[in-house]
Design a binder for this molecule. Structure first.
Ligand SMILES: Cc1cc2nc3c(=O)[nH]c(=O)nc-3n(C[C@H](O)[C@H](O)[C@H](O)COP(=O)(O)OP(=O)(O)OC[C@H]3O[C@@H](n4cnc5c(N)ncnc54)[C@H](O)[C@@H]3O)c2cc1C
Length: 410
């Protein structure tokens, strides 16, 4: 892999997501050789993928080159590669571009879309976990508008204009709101030969409320906002089958749709080679202790979505959102420095800063520890937090510019 040999301890980080980049930044310019490996050469800001899907943002505003992140880190390297296997006995990883030895290995590979074993849905639906997938959704939506404009029958036109989103977690809710804004604002303006009332957006959720990870108050408000935008929300509804056109659910609800977006769940993206005990099969997450050390290994760590750190407050592990990944990445950086200096390690304690979801152009719901609210002010907070969390000053300016234009409807 053409990484120079040195006397410095080598930390290999697999994954340039929130966890991986925060770890790499913490280890920057210390007496450590850092090798960051990712199958993409950019970091993806996943919380705004839905805006790429719904034509609100261009993909480069939410993608940031990983080489740019480490360009001033003198002892850091980046390699574009997919890691295929860990060989813990020889402290080695195998990738599609060669093998590499490590002193410390950090697995921060995040998650992949979970279809719960349904192959038919997997091959016919659209996932939204990466920039190329978000662009595929965008392209499909626009192609279906065009096809609807020349459809021969009402039934055919409806199938092109029915958009089904499965899963009403933050991703599904935000995407449904954004597609509803397309219907309400873009369709009447840019597709005058289509009737907006022929377009239907269905949001299907297996739980009894939208935004199940958030408070009941947030769920109620979010559902109100969605319905206000014209989204048809169906809770306690599971999609059983989808052949590319016909959607079948566990209830009487059925529809025809050429677009089914699967936002119903994720599962870990582990790498082969570790002991079976290290992985919790059901969720595909590595069991780690409070220092993020993978069970059974002293020099292998897992971070973020792929790590399952069971604690009294989080017996099933931390929520698979950005903050645990960021906080674990920073702490592991400090702990690796302590480990090398033979100092005691600090256990991870999650600082829950709250959760939020936006619905449409100017509404959101926010759950803080002691304060829950929704509406325009919540949207303003959502906007500020997301803007400040984006990687790269240029991206922040471009996104702010885009959002201002969108807000002013120009
Ligand atoms: C659509 C969507 C919306 C979301 N919205 C929010 C939100 O609003 N708020 C929030 O807090 N969280 C949100 N999340 C969750 C949040 O993005 C994740 O919790 C966070 O990205 C986890 O960070 P991570 O570093 O563990 O993994 P990731 O950020 O997923 O990074 C994993 C990295 O590993 C790389 N990788 C994986 N396997 C390999 C391999 N074998 N070899 C090389 N590289 C590999 C991937 O390319 C990727 O770059 C959202 C997620 C999605 C998908």
């Amino acid at each position: 892999m053409n990484i120079p040999q040195s006397n410095l301890p080598r930390v290999v980080i697999i994954g340039g997501g929130f966890a991986g980049i925060n770890l790499a930044k913490t280890l920057a310019n210390k007496n450590i050789q850092v090798v960051l490996i990712d199958k993409h050469n950019y970091h993806t800001f996943q919380p705004l993928l839905y805006q790429v899907s719904s034509s609100g943002l261009e993909p480069d505003s939410i993608a940031y080159p990983l080489r740019k992140i480490i360009k001033k880190h003198k002892t850091s390297f980046f390699r574009l590669a997919e890691v295929e296997q860990v060989l813990p006995d020889s402290n080695q990883i195998i990738t599609n571009i060669g093998s590499l030895n490590y002193d410390y290995l950090v697995i921060a590979t995040g998650t992949k879309t979970n279809y719960f074993g349904n192959k038919e849905i997997e091959s016919n639906s659209m996932p939204m976990k990466s920039v190329p997938q978000a662009l595929n959704i965008r392209s499909l939506i626009l192609q279906n508008f065009e096809k609807a404009a020349i459809a021969n029958s009402k039934e055919e036109r409806e199938a092109f204009l029915n958009f089904v989103i499965v899963g009403a977690g933050p991703t599904g809710v935000e995407l449904a709101g954004a597609i509803a804004e397309l219907k309400n604002n873009i369709l009447p303006r840019d597709y005058r030969d289509l009737n907006p009332s022929d377009m239907h957006i269905y949001l299907l959720e297996g739980a009894d409320r939208v935004l199940p990870p958030m408070s009941k108050q947030a769920s109620i408000k979010a559902e109100q906002f969605l319905k206000g935008l014209g989204v048809q929300v169906h809770c306690n509804t599971f999609v059983k089958a989808y052949d590319g056109t016909n959607v079948t659910t566990n209830s009487d609800l059925a529809m025809q749709s050429e677009t089914l977006i699967w936002a119903a769940g994720v599962t870990g993206a582990p790498i082969g080679g570790l002991n079976a005990d290290a992985l919790m099969d059901r969720v595909n997450r590595y069991r780690v202790n409070s220092y993020n050390q993978v069970e059974g290994y002293d020099t292998i760590f897992a971070l973020g979505d792929i790590a399952l750190m069971a604690s009294e407050d989080y017996p099933m592990g931390h929520p698979q959102v950005a903050q645990p990944a960021i906080q674990q990445g920073k702490l592991l950086g400090q702990n690796l420095l302590r480990l090398i200096d033979k100092k005691p390690l600090k256990p991870f304690v999650y600082n829950d800063k709250g959760s939020m979801a936006t619905i449409g152009r100017n509404k959101a719901v926010v759950d803080l520890k002691n304060y829950k609210f929704g509406g325009f002010f919540a949207w303003f907070i959502w906007m500020f937090v997301h803007l400040m969390s984006l990687v790269g000053f240029r991206n922040r300016v471009i996104v702010l510019f885009n959002w201002t234009g969108f807000f002013l409807n120009c």
